[in-house]
Design a protein around this ligand. Structure first.
Ligand code: IYR
Length: 224
């Protein structure tokens, strides 16, 4: 290995193999209770919880450790209203034809439509931005690598951290999403990647039957 500054891996924890097995199963049991929710309560959620979940997301591996992401956590009712207005304009275009028949057919079992009341009801909207350039310091203009993969991993950790904290989430990708740059005051060096809705589910929240059908291990994995 090339000479580089480093320190010992001091926070690694090895579990006895029986514990490793139970931990792997416990984690599966925990994450399989995560469902995308489309009906949120307006109950407030502490900013500190969101901050900790964002810290967790920020630990994600990334190309050359450039951490090519920025998260805008929106709690302001005014900004949430603006996001809802813009998103619904785009969603109406999508559902009224832009999506095409095949795509709309694929969404039928989820029961989605252009109305997005949760964008105002939920306490937190987290707009996730990716950065094509940046490097490790804000002012750097270095090329970032594997940006999509890196931001995707960070988003996955964020969703898992929010679920672990006891919050429901929904991934939302209105198309186009560029209005988020303007509403969230992010420059054109950043690209809106996803909008994550987070909060308590409403009492009458449901999970579509279609969303509960997960492929079996045999379907998703091969061991060689
Ligand atoms: N963005 C739209 C449509 C939509 C698309 C996919 I792919 C989904 O899995 C769910 C919805 C909406 O939010 O309604």
């Amino acid at each position: 290995m090339q000479q580089h500054d480093c320190s010992p891996l001091s926070d690694y924890i090895e579990y006895p193999s029986a514990e490793m097995l139970t931990r792997s199963l416990d984690f599966y049991d925990e994450v399989k209770r995560r469902h995308s929710v489309r009906s949120f309560s307006d109950r407030p959620v502490d900013k500190e919880v969101i901050e900790n979940c964002l810290r967790a997301a920020g630990t994600a591996p990334s190309g050359a450790n450039h951490q090519p992401w920025h998260f805008v956590a929106v709690n302001s009712p005014d900004i949430k209203k603006k996001i809802r207005e813009q998103a619904e304009i785009h969603e109406r275009g999508f559902y009224q034809g832009r999506a095409g028949e095949e795509w709309l057919g694929a969404l039928k079992d989820l029961g989605t439509d252009a109305n997005k009341p949760y964008l105002e009801h939920a306490p937190w909207l987290i707009a996730i931005f990716s950065q094509k350039k940046g490097g490790t310091a804000e002012e750097d203009k270095k090329t970032n690598y594997y940006v999509h993969e890196s931001v995707g991993i960070a988003t996955g950790i964020l969703i898992t951290a929010l679920h672990n904290a006891g919050l429901a989430t929904l991934t939302h990708t209105p198309k186009p999403m560029s209005f988020l740059n303007q509403v969230c005051q992010r420059g054109d060096n950043e690209r809106a990647y996803m909008l994550l809705i987070a909060g308590y589910p409403s009492k009458d929240a449901t999970v579509p039957a279609h969303a509960q059908v997960k492929k079996s291990l045999d379907d998703i994995a091969t061991f060689l």
